[in-house]
Design a protein around this ligand. Sequence first.
Ligand code: ZN
Length: 157
Amino acid sequence: MAIRNIVKKGDEVLRKKCRPVTKFDDRLFQLLDDMKDTLVKADGCGLAAPQVGVLRRIVIIDVGDGPIELINPEIVKMSGRQREVEGCLSCPNEWGYVKRPMKVTVRALNRNGDTVEYQGKELFARAVCHELDHLDGRLFVDIADEMVDPSEMEDRK
Ligand code: ZN
């Protein structure tokens, strides 16, 4: 088990476009395991590889049903709309309203290189969109239409 350091806003690694994973080797497995441990420790619902300084198209999502690993993920279907408050492990103490699809289907590879597909709505859909944005150097603060005062967030916890 290894906890990796979470990169914070201002570091330019968060602004770069990530490359696809091409090698499914021990190094990838180690990274995936470390990302899962890091996400659990940070108590978030998603983590993207650039947040631990790795410019590869990998995200971990955990919205309460256990972690799922998405390698080279793509959203293949989306529908509906929602607008909810988001935060980010790389943007401590910042929250804001972001518009996202209500429902998404994401296709990716698992660590064995097999194609997998997951469908979900609400928090799952938000988490997937938020984490996939990280792979293209985008942060929620870029697209939030209204920021929320941190003191107001106390009531939501
Ligand atoms: Zn984030």
